[in-house]
Write a protein that binds this ligand. Structure first.
Ligand code: FAD
Length: 467
């Protein structure tokens, strides 16, 4: 079975073979390296690997996986550890395969609006390098996550409402299977219809089916003109209805974010942008012509006023736009800084946009019934919400878990999903039977076919892991 099995230890002989494949400088059993790769940004407990390795090529990755598969050693891929569901924690020890050193652009295909990259490049670093071509890779999960980690988690973020998630922005990948076979999936053609869509089988598989060693990504031109809009409302219901109305207006926002009153109050204390203590909707619009942008802003203002906005701020000035968005872009760091004695559990569910008001209303209701402190921040344009629970002890942590369970059940009852963008990892595994039913058995069959020894990122996705 996938997760109840035990794995072989990493012996000195295996370490020697890893050094032979990778070079001694790319293999470490030093405590500092092991500890640094034992935990992601989630609240899940750290677990040490036995060895950390840094492959430098697809072929080296293939050679390591063949070795690990032959000896039944667990292998967990690692991007840069910004995951929020324990996705890259090496639960079964073994080999931690970090892609931090495979971080180069392989080729820019500027005329095709594409770039081919190694998996360890951070999306922010990639966009800095692409700026001179006037192009960018649109998915933006906030943290400087790697392209490999983003594709493995199907990360999304602030701009998904216009540009799509990671899955919508990849064309082709080089993938190494558990037995060391190195394959290519997808094509550089934007249209693809040749057989099973293996590309998207590996996207979102969280390193449990194969390891991504190269990816060709879709790029979009950097917009000529951008605006920022902030509007505040006296109730979260009117803020959420505004989100639905903007989505329905055909205006095509590039970002449409909701911050609840408690979170606005916290963000107000920094950066000199006074948000007040009421819910705020953050929006961004992109256009090729200034006049288009200005006409759109008028419509947005009308919608917000009809919905009873307490105040409305908009700008097309670049510096002012960045100033208005700064607090939202840094909301996580600000929240952590303001709760120095607390850890955070960050929930992540998504529903169809028409069900978003009901979902948000439900979170408010159970928050009040249970007397729990939490903050809501969401990629509202996608029907995606994160409810953030600070906790200082196990009782508070358990309460957050109970609330998370209720919110997930509600999202599923509204036709949604237990995770919009953070993936399953450890924390969401128990909800997959309710979400997928028999389809989960098909996922197990696929896992069995591609990784019969269960060496790839064991203990993740499937609920029998017991974590
Ligand atoms: C402050 C903050 C804000 C965030 N905001 C968002 C957000 O708005 N939207 C969002 O979607 N996420 C968000 N995240 C979560 C996180 O950034 C994403 O999940 C991201 O995809 C993780 O990338 P990583 O490079 O850190 O990968 P890791 O966390 O290291 O790994 C993630 C998963 O990918 C696998 N993996 C890594 N590299 C490979 C590879 N080459 N081949 C196969 N599998 C691989 C790992 O095994 C693991 O299962 C946020 C995180 C933080 C800390």
């Amino acid at each position: 079975m996938i997760s109840t099995q035990t794995f072989a230890p990493v012996t000195p002989a295996i370490i020697d073979q890893l050094k032979h494949i990778l070079g001694a400088e790319n293999v470490s059993t030093a405590k500092a390296d092991v500890d640094l790769h034992a935990k992601d940004q989630s609240q899940h407990e750290a677990h040490p690997a036995e060895v950390v390795i840094w492959p430098m090529s697809g072929q080296q990755t293939a050679d390591v996986l063949k070795l690990a598969n032959d000896h039944h050693i667990a292998v967990t891929p690692w991007g840069v550890g910004t995951g929020l569901e324990g996705n890259s924690i090496p639960l079964h020890g073994g080999i931690l395969m970090s892609f931090e050193r495979m971080n180069q652009i392989v080729e820019v295909h500027a005329d095709d609006f594409q770039v081919t990259v190694q998996p360890g490049i951070g999306h922010k670093d990639l966009n800095e390098k692409l700026a001179r071509y006037g192009l960018f890779f649109a998915p933006d999960p906030g943290a400087n996550a790697t392209v490999g980690g983003m594709l493995a988690n199907n990360a999304a973020g602030i701009r998904t409402v216009k540009y799509g998630a990671s899955k919508d922005n990849v064309l082709k990948m080089q993938v190494v299977l558990a037995d060391g076979r190195l394959i290519h999936v997808g094509s550089r053609s934007v249209k693809q219809s040749a057989g099973y869509d293996l590309l998207h089988l590996f996207v979102g598989s969280e390193g449990t089916l194969g390891v991504i060693t190269e990816a060709t990504l879709k790029l979009v031109p950097v917009p000529q003109f951008m605006s920022a809009v902030l509007a505040s409302f006296s109730t979260i219901a009117s803020a959420v209805e505004t989100v639905v109305a903007v989505r329905g207006s055909g205006l095509d926002p590039a970002a449409l974010e909701l911050v609840d009153g408690a979170h606005s109050k916290m963000l107000s204390s920094v950066d000199g942008v006074e948000l007040g203590d009421q819910p705020v909707v953050f929006m961004e619009f992109h256009a090729a012509q200034e006049a288009t942008l200005a006409a759109g802003l008028e419509i947005v203002q009308e919608i917000c006023e009809e919905m009873g906005a307490l105040w409305f701020k908009s700008t097309t000035d670049t510096a002012e736009r960045k100033r208005l968005w700064h607090a939202r872009h840094h909301s996580y760091e600000i929240m952590v800084r303001m709760h120095p004695d607390k850890q955070f559990f960050i929930n992540d569910v998504a529903v169809p946009i028409s069900a978003y008001p009901e979902l948000i209303g439900y979170v408010e209701q159970i928050r009040d019934e249970h007397g729990v402190t939490c903050y809501m921040i969401g990629h509202a344009g996608d029907g995606n919400i994160h409810v953030e629970f600070p906790f200082a002890n196990e009782a508070q942590h358990q309460k957050a878990m109970e609330m998370n369970g209720l919110i997930v059940q509600k999202a599923l009852s509204l036709g949604g999903t237990c995770t919009g963008e953070h993936g399953v990892g450890i924390g969401k595994a128990k909800y997959l039977p309710a979400e997928h039913g028999e389809a989960l058995d098909v996922m197990r069959d696929i896992k069995q076919l591609l990784d019969p020894n269960g060496i790839l990122n064991p203990g993740k996705i499937f609920p029998e892991s017991g974590h």
